[in-house]
Design a binder for this molecule. Structure first.
Ligand code: NZQ
Ligand code: ZN
Length: 380
């Protein structure tokens, strides 16, 4: 096992109507909130009305910034931060999925620092010193951002989508009411399940021998494999929404990482290039690239793929393990080939250029240009 520090300061409130507490919590922080949300889904379920209602009941002034899009852009973050600074807000309240919460995390840093350039924070050129508190009302089960210190943003000018972690970016409180996820459409429900499984896999293919973390990985993936397909059949089932929501949180709140020196993240990093080029939803990039990555890594990571197969499927061969995962993703309705996401084989050259330019690779499994090209061959 590698050395580690276990630390997670987020207070996570889970279950029906937990957002009722947000007014009291906000009062303990200050009097003025920047409320961030996306392109309107929160207005159609109760999440926005419940949040704003509770804030206003507690005399919290609310300034809004909406329009955060999936694969959020650093430009929107800069704009929101400026509004937050101009209004001297005391906290950021994010209502939405991973894109909104990730954007809010970097906004929280930039509000606390007049000289802050959000992209320089992301690229680690600017070391943040402070952030206003973040309260997150989650409406989509997928990323784990509700209980971790990470944010992922894209820069359309440089054609990069990158992640950044900082202890200032843990939400102070996160509110997870599975009822808010009942309205998530089929495609994003599937992408969320793929994403949570992929987070487990990124940990599994990380560096370091951590048997308890391995068991957590297997348990979380089994939870997703049992209840994910059931949820796709019965999307308005509160109990199934709850199980998937909690699984997604635990897939990326460090539980699966303790005892390893790093996760891999190679598949995520490759996938971010597809999102930058074609605005492809995050989970869809993962269901396409994970099986392809495993096919190319079957020699280098064969032992780990075999052990994964033992844990998940009994005792299949490496190829059967990869095929079973691919079938699972496909069965959810998430694409496993680019064509299913509307990306033609003619795009391969453009993708290859970008992944090579961005040197897309994992922290544990570095990739050569030849391996990157081989992976792309399998995604078409
Ligand atoms: O914009 P609105 O109108 O809110 O609609 C959203 C969006 O179109 C919609 N939606 C969200 N909640 C809904 C809903 N529709 C109906 N009912 C609801 N309850 O779903 C669409 C996708 O939302 P988004 O926030 O983009 O999805 P997700 O939660 O999957 O977040 C993806 C982003 O998180 C990043 C990804 O790269 C991507 O940018 N990630 C963040 C991580 C982290 N911070 O730890 C780790 C992940 O690996 C991931 O990279
Ligand atoms: Zn992810």
């Amino acid at each position: 096992m590698e050395s580690f520090t276990a630390f997670n300061p987020t207070k996570l409130h889970f279950g029906r109507d937990v957002v009722k507490q947000i007014g009291d919590h906000a009062t303990q922080i200050g009097a003025h909130a920047l409320l961030m949300y996306g392109c309107g889904s929160v207005l159609k379920n109760r999440s926005y009305a419940d949040t704003v209602g509770r804030l206003k009941q507690n005399d919290i002034k609310v300034t809004e910034y909406s329009g955060i899009k999936p694969n959020p852009s650093v430009d929107d973050v800069m704009e929101a931060a400026q509004i937050g600074r101009d209004n001297k807000v005391d906290m950021v309240v994010a209502v939405g999925g991973g894109s909104v919460i990730d954007a809010a995390k970097v906004v929280a840093i930039c509000i606390a620092d007049d000289d802050c350039n959000a992209w320089e924070v992301m690229t680690r050129e600017h070391d943040p010193q402070a952030a206003v508190p973040i309260l997150a009302v989650l409406t989509l089960a997928a990323t784990g951002t509700e209980m971790n210190p990470a944010a992922v943003l894209q820069n359309r000018q440089t054609k990069q989508k990158i992640g950044f972690r900082h202890k200032l970016m843990y939400p102070m409180h996160s509110y997870l009411d599975p009822a808010y996820t009942l309205s998530v459409p089929q495609n994003y429900t599937a992408y969320g399940i793929v994403d949570l499984v992929s987070h487990c896999l990124e940990a599994w293919f990380g560096k370091g021998n951590a048997s308890l973390s391995d068991r957590f990985v297997i348990s979380i993936i089994k939870e997703a494999m049992e209840y994910g397909p059931a949820l796709m059949e019965d999307p308005e089932n509160f109990e199934l929404r709850s199980k998937i929501m909690w699984a997604a949180t635990n897939a990326l709140n460090s539980l699966t990482i303790y005892g390893r020196s790093c996760c891999d993240w190679g598949v995520h990093i490759l996938g971010h290039n597809l999102s930058v080029l074609y605005d492809m939803p995050h989970g869809a990039t993962l269901s396409i690239i994970y099986p392809a990555w495993m096919k190319v890594m079957r020699d280098r990571a064969g032992e780990r793929i075999a052990k994964l197969g033992q844990g998940l499927f009994g005792n299949p061969s490496i190829d059967e393990t990869i095929a079973s995962l691919e079938t699972f993703f496909s069965g959810l309705g998430s694409p496993v080939k680019c064509m299913e996401a509307g990306i033609e084989p003619a795009c391969k050259k453009e993708i290859l250029q970008l992944v090579n330019k961005n040197q897309a690779e994992g922290l544990n499994y570095q990739l050569s240009n030849v391996e990157r090209e081989a992976i792309l061959t399998h995604i078409f």
